[in-house]
Design a protein around this ligand. Sequence first.
Ligand code: 1CP
Length: 352
Amino acid sequence: MALLLPPDRPAPPVAPLLLRALRGEEVPRPPVWFMRQAGRSLPEYRELRRGRRMLDLCGTPELAAEVTLQPVRRHGVDAAILFSDIVVPLEAVGVDVEIRPGVGPVIGTPVRTRADLARLREPEPDTDLAALAAAVRLSCDGLGDTPLIGFAGAPFTLASYLVEGGPSKAQARTRALMLAEPALWAELLERLAGIAAAAIETQVRAGAQAVQVFDSWVGSLSAEQYDRHVLPAMRVLMQRLSALGVPVIVFGLGTGHLLERLAATGADVVGVDWRTPLPEAAARLGPGIALQGNLDPAACLAPWDVCERHARAVLDSAPARGYVFNLGHGVQPQTDPGILTQLAAYVREQHA
Ligand code: 1CP
């Protein structure tokens, strides 16, 4: 029987579109946001960034919150993602990392031996992660009803930077350590799961309403390698995150062969890149897992009519429930922000 509210009681607030879609509820249209929507292509970001180190920008809560809000103001997307980086929690525990312009994170002393593991303690929320929490609180204050997505790097992807000492295409040294020293590797990933969990717990306690775990480079592993060397640490991480009660998205580039594994971590939502058709992902994962993706970011470098045609195809192939429109990887730095504004408006015009 339907319960009638007394007339003087306000109707219960409706959860933001993003959260309803992530939970697999029926929604009037898919929500839209873009991976790497903050920073990157925005002139107002480049202005703020000039003369500042990337990690100093991340560590200054007022400025990090400002960059977090910029794409929401400009594009009218349905979610913000915190302006930070996957290496921020590593820097918080004293890892000597810097983000080099045009390169990415570079680690002064790479992690390759058992003795190196001692440098990877779990951060203390109230001290090590105070600036992260403040950036989230200030972002949420400025966002009003728009939800904030918190994030962390997954253990494998963090390990790849720590072991290689910087960005790497094939993660050969990382995979060699994984195969040659599986016990050391397991301990490394367990520590990184603790660091990622602490970073996400801090962001959710400070107001983030959904979270994404970026396992950007895990697609370089075979399914068997994933099961043996990555899944145990991912399960530990996801178990800690499930206690937070917010939807958890997991994403990795080139993970078409790992989709079932990503779902088996315990995540609620799997991010799909442009190589895997959404109907295939939906059929393989079933109705209990929501999907996010998967427009090729290169389509946003093309004229609008081309981008629109590809966005239309993505929307037409998406499941009716449990779907969030996004790119299949991050916004390319050379993207015209005007195309992203048009794309967000195009998705907002959709009606079931
Ligand atoms: O929307 C946003 O941009 C939010 C903030 C954000 C996020 C979610 C940044 C800021 N970085 C990230 C995540 C991140 N960082 C990932 C996972 C997402 C992905 O796959 O794109 C990864 C792999 C990194 C590591 C990293 N940091 C790289 C990649 C290097 C490589 O291995 O090829 C780079 C270039 C950075 C620097 C960085 N992080 C963020 C920005 C805006 C920048 C560029 C810094 C600048 O302005 O110079």
